[in-house]
Design a protein around this ligand. Structure first.
Ligand code: DGJ
Length: 707
């Protein structure tokens, strides 16, 4: 039983290797209820968990040591001074005084259990439900909050939950940050005393930061040590506040929205947050990542165990200048290489010759495709390829038939400018009519062309975002837009079970555990330079599995960075995720095409392991020095080895594998030699690409089979 009642007010939530103990403390003087976390760490027996609840609490002094860091949802109210996870105003009165109204345990599908702790304000008709879900096959705990208004209330902060990280002598934080073409840069450092806020105010997940943070006690390594991770499963604006009190005590509170938004609820309305996910792991950062990946496969991704096809995408080759003849030519070459899915990117619709027009006009470009898209798409399918199209359903160009007909469909504020970014505005997916319109044309497009795949792009963060007709409630568009996007994706998939969707937002602006419920893979960055991409992939892999990471081989020199790199290196980097090709194949030499075909065939032999296996980041800073990444599934072991700077004297030359059976024999595919797992993990192998003197950008694929 994952949720174990310890007494009337305490519960132990048990996952395969962790325990999370919570209890509701009631102030004897005021009657105020504060649900608290009393333990989050290695798995305890129910008896030990019960003992934990009896241990003396942290010392709380009346001057400066607030107890709220341990609360499951510290509210703005009572004697608290920290960053509130829940803040509301009843008319002119802020401050909540919550009383315990009950607790319910629910059995859910698949052996999951949910605990709901019910609270109610002492005076105002306002209820709060804290929900916690545990499952028997993952250490990830899902938490969320529901608030119900009995009278009008303005909500100015509503986090999904606050997580307390147990006391340690020192703390570090890890997270990924970035910018366009430089997403998912891993940052790790000492956790400062004070409040550290990672946030997106963009209405989308953003390139600037990804909605997760991991805390360790300053001593975790890639494969050892305790790590506490928190991630917000949401694709709109979000905020994660990590607090380290000067007196000690660390907590991470996370949820949707950013500061300044005000969600007004009418009597009878409720607001439910997305989930915030918490994971405790003792296997270092690598162990934590593998636990996140397994959670994604087990409980998030819609098609977790499918082998993702090798795709070709024409964006870098043709940009907006899409024509039937040139796409068919590319498709012919792509098919001859072993590519399985052909995706036509931006430029096929409206009068889309550049990024200034036509978003909203989802009919074939009249000059380029006077007879429609069927000739081109059927021609591609006749080559044995699956077919996909780029769309940006939330995009709206002022220069479009749609905008002329429905200017009010754009997110906008009364008496404010409608500034464009990348020549566009954002359609308000909170509106029923907009969602109906979007589902209508997407459904027709997919049906008419039997599309296998959509690349769903979103190139415009929100600004001046509102819905004037909704008056005081209009800030809810920051939530309802995202839910509207989820809903259209969900309904589209329901109508077309074979359809697969890629999430993209001007590169990696929408990568998170919210969108991964509705999409099969995501585009991590518009930067396709293999060296830069290694850094991006390293950051991506901290939370998300390789099966969700789209990666293309493009031209050399790279169109963005101008860096030249051998084809093999570019392939080996892209083979670490879902392999795609995005170069201008009409300019590749016959030798390059031959190598590409050979590498695609190799990828197909290992892709199940790469995409769905346990991933180990073996060594080195990817993209900057010798590094390697290993995947293990069933009897196959796949290692991708990289050496960007051939003549570097420093760094390891021996590569020790990990996660193998020490007693078993493993056979190397290249020469048939057989080594014990113990030898491979203890002594290692000496990859040719890592030996000292040689060219820059050497790489290799090592495949072993367990006998
Ligand atoms: C941004 C995406 O990240 C690119 O891959 C491409 O699809 C362009 N948009 C098209 O406008």
């Amino acid at each position: 039983m994952p949720v174990i009642p310890l007494d009337d007010h305490h519960w132990a939530l048990t996952t395969p290797s962790s325990t999370y103990v919570i209890g509701v403390e009631i102030d004897p003087d005021t009657g105020e209820a504060a649900p608290r976390q009393t333990y989050w760490g290695p798995r305890l027996s129910p008896e030990a968990a019960r003992q934990v609840t009896g241990l003396p609490r942290r010392h709380v002094s009346s001057f400066s040591t607030p107890g709220e860091v341990e609360e499951l949802l510290p509210v703005d109210g009572g004697t608290r001074w920290g960053s509130p996870s829940l803040q509301v105003a009843f008319g002119h009165t802020r401050s909540l005084e919550l009383r315990l109204a009950g607790a319910e345990r629910h059995e859910e599908e698949g052996g999951a259990e949910r605990l709901d702790v019910l609270l109610a304000d002492a005076h105002h008709p306002f209820e709060v439900v804290l929900s916690l879900r545990v499952r028997q096959d993952t250490d990830v705990i899902e938490r969320w909050t529901t608030v119900r208004a009995g009278a009008e209330v303005a909500v100015t902060r509503l986090d999904s939950g606050n997580w307390f990280v147990p006391d340690a002598p020192a703390y570090r934080y890890s997270g990924v940050f970035g910018a366009w073409a430089e997403e998912s840069q891993l940052q790790r450092g000492p956790l400062p005393v004070g409040e550290l806020v990672f946030t997106s105010r963009q209405g989308i997940t953003s390139h600037v930061a990804n909605p997760w943070v991991m805390i360790d006690a300053g001593e975790a390594t890639e494969e050892h040590g305790e790590v506490w991770g928190v991630a917000v499963a949401w694709s709109g604006s979000w905020r994660l506040t990590t607090t380290q009190r000067p007196e000690g005590g660390v907590c991470v509170s996370g949820g949707f929205g950013h500061e300044g938004l005000r969600w007004t609820l009418a009597p009878g309305e409720e607001l439910v947050t997305p989930s915030v996910l918490g994971l405790y792991s003792t296997g270092g950062f690598g162990g934590a990542s593998r636990a996140w990946h397994a959670y994604a496969r087990g409980h998030v991704l819609p098609t977790p165990f499918e082998e993702r096809p090798v795709l070709y995408n024409s964006w870098e080759a043709t940009t907006f200048a899409v024509t039937e003849a040139q796409q068919l030519e590319l498709a012919k070459t792509a098919a001859s290489l072993g590519v399985e899915l052909f995706v036509i990117d931006d430029g096929w619709f409206g009068r889309r010759d550049d990024d200034t027009t036509s978003l909203g006009d989802w009919f074939p470009h009249r000059e380029r495709f006077p007879d429609g898209l069927s000739g081109m798409l059927d021609g591609i399918r006749d080559l044995g390829l699956r077919v996909g199209l780029w769309v940006e359903p939330e995009g709206l160009s002022k220069e479009s038939e749609l905008y002329r007909a429905h200017p009010d469909w754009a997110l906008h504020l009364e008496h404010r400018r409608r500034d464009e970014k990348r020549g566009q505005l954002v359609l308000n997916f909170a509106r029923d009519d907009v969602r109906e319109w979007a589902l209508g044309w997407l459904d027709r497009l997919v049906t008419e062309h039997r599309l296998d795949y959509l690349k769903w792009d979103m190139n415009r963060p929100f600004t001046q975002a509102g819905w004037p007709e909704r008056g005081a409630g209009q800030d809810l568009v920051w939530i309802e837009h995202t839910r509207g996007v989820y809903e259209v994706m969900r309904a589209l998939r329901e109508r077309h079970p074979g359809l697969r969707i890629e999430s993209c937002a001007g590169g990696g602006g929408r990568v998170d555990y919210g969108i991964l419920r509705y999409t099969d893979e995501v585009w991590p960055s518009d930067n396709t330079d293999a060296r830069d991409r290694q850094t991006v992939q390293h950051g991506f892999s901290q939370l998300y599995p390789a099966s969700a990471m789209s990666a293309w081989v493009t031209d050399s020199p790279n169109p963005t960075t101008r860096r030249a790199m051998p084809l093999r290196y570019r392939f080996h980097v892209a083979m670490a995720g879902v392999l795609g090709v995005g170069g201008n194949l009409s300019e590749w030499t016959s030798g390059e095409l031959e190598t590409a075909a050979e590498l695609i065939a190799q990828y197909k032999r290992v892709r199940r392991t790469v995409q769905h296996g346990a991933q180990y980041r073996l060594a080195g800073t990817p993209g900057q020095e010798r590094s390697a990444v290993q995947y293990v599934l069933d009897d196959q072991v796949v290692v991708l080895v990289y050496n960007p700077l051939g003549n570097a004297k420093r760094g390891p030359r021996t590569l020790r594998l990990t996660g193998l059976d020490p007693e078993a024999l493993y056979e190397l595919e290249t020469d048939g030699s057989r080594l014990h797992g113990g030898t491979l993990m203890g002594a290692g192998i000496r990859p040719a690409a890592w030996q000292p003197i040689g060219a820059d950008h050497r790489s290799e694929l090592v495949v072993l089979r367990k006998l």
